[in-house]
Design a protein around this ligand. Structure first.
Ligand code: KG4
Ligand code: ZN
Length: 361
């Protein structure tokens, strides 16, 4: 049996019906450590009180996330991040009603830090623990602040590890419509950035260069796959960029022409944006939804946001994209998902372990 130790925030008498109304307040700490961001957030009754994130910038020296270094960094910073999130929310540990942490998918060593910390803290405080699926949490990043999308809606999650189209029917009822068969959108951005030698993480840098480039300079392929398909494939597009760079004799160690890099970035980015938008709109039409949403690190891309805003208006769809802090990995989306799970009485067993390949459903 699970006993939810929720705080009673108000007891009021409803005069007409003579009913006593007990308002239960729920304060949740959410922890995210699935990759290279250590983040903690506090949500009370569905409202975000704080969100504190530490980004591991040192991976740039290695050109990508080094799993062992990522988990060690999470271990060093998790206590100060959690304490900071509680302090900013003016919440003490004893005020918490539950703790939520991600248990997958992601890097096993990284997940284990946040998951073990969250479980131990919940056990120490004698409060419920809630394991959260990282992909489900990303969808919740559009439910942290008002306005929120109405069910059902079609959601596009575009991150460094995943590209998924999801029909979200209710809080915990969703159908995976399609996903990438090879590279994720963010991974393609990072790999193209590496080929061009512009640095890591690649997505934001390609975005920055692309703003000064000509998107029509190079005609890269648009991997739409067969008509109406909800699947994605970005590895062929990435290889086209590689072949193009080889053909023109590009050498990233030489003194390179910034305009050339900007043009390649803009042309590659335009191909990714075309495909993502086309597939999101196709799914919205097929499932006849009024609301569409996008989340994950790549949803921070300025051209993708701009183009999608225009297309949503043309197609009379309500578009939801999180603010930049909630596009990349963050504790707020985990706390919000944890809050909704707790409201429905879904809590986890402390035996829950990390699942690096955890699926959405
Ligand atoms: O969601 P996220 O923080 O972590 C994962 O769950 O993977 O996404 C990280 C990914 C990286 O591949 C990064 O390059 C990409 O999001 N990204 C961007 C932008 N900002 C971050 N991609 C394109 N344009 C951006 N502005
Ligand atoms: Zn993520």
């Amino acid at each position: 049996m699970v006993i939810l130790q929720q705080t009673i925030s108000a007891v009021t008498l409803h005069k007409e019906s003579n009913l006593v109304i007990i308002t239960i307040s729920m304060t949740i700490l959410g922890i995210e450590t699935s990759c290279d961001e250590t983040s903690a957030a506090v949500v009370r009754d569905g409202k975000l009180l704080s969100n504190d994130t530490a980004v591991q910038l040192f991976h740039s020296e290695h050109g990508g996330v080094v799993p062992e270094l990522a988990s060690r960094a999470h271990q060093r910073i998790i206590i100060p991040i959690v304490e900071d999130a509680l302090r900013k929310a003016s919440v003490e540990k004893k005020d918490l009603d539950a703790i939520a942490a991600v248990y997958g998918p992601g890097l096993i060593g990284s997940i284990l830090i946040g998951l073990s910390f969250g479980k131990a803290m919940a056990m120490g405080l004698g409060i419920p623990f809630i394991g959260v699926n990282h992909m489900e949490a990303h969808i919740f990043s559009n439910m942290i602040e008002e306005p929120k999308p109405s069910f059902p809606f079609v959601n596009l999650t575009v991150s460094g590890g995943h590209t998924q189209l999801v029909l979200v029917k209710d809080y915990f009822k969703s159908e995976l419509l399609g996903e990438t068969m090879d590279d994720a959108a963010g991974e393609a951005f990072d790999k193209v950035a590496k080929m061009l030698g512009v640095g890591y993480p690649g997505g934001p840098l390609v975005d920055k260069f692309a703003a000064k480039g000509n998107a029509k300079a190079v005609k890269f392929p648009r991997p739409y796959l067969e008509e109406g398909s909800h699947q994605f494939s970005f590895s062929g597009l990435k290889t086209s960029v590689l072949y193009y760079l080889r053909k023109v004799g590009f050498d990233k160690t030489a003194n390179v022409n910034e305009q050339f890099i900007a043009d390649v970035c803009a042309s590659f980015q335009a191909a990714v944006v075309d495909v993502l938008i086309d597939k999101l709109l196709t799914a919205a039409k097929k499932y006849d939804v009024k609301d569409i949403a996008m989340c994950g690190g790549v949803s921070a891309n300025s051209e993708l946001r701009r183009r999608l805003e225009t297309e949503a208006k043309i197609n009379h769809l309500h578009l939801f994209i999180p603010k930049l802090d909630f596009c990349t990995d963050n504790g707020a989306m985990v706390a919000q998902a944890g809050y909704e799970r707790l409201r429905k009485g879904f809590v986890s067993n402390l035996e829950l372990t990390a699942e690096p390949n955890l699926q959405l459903n």
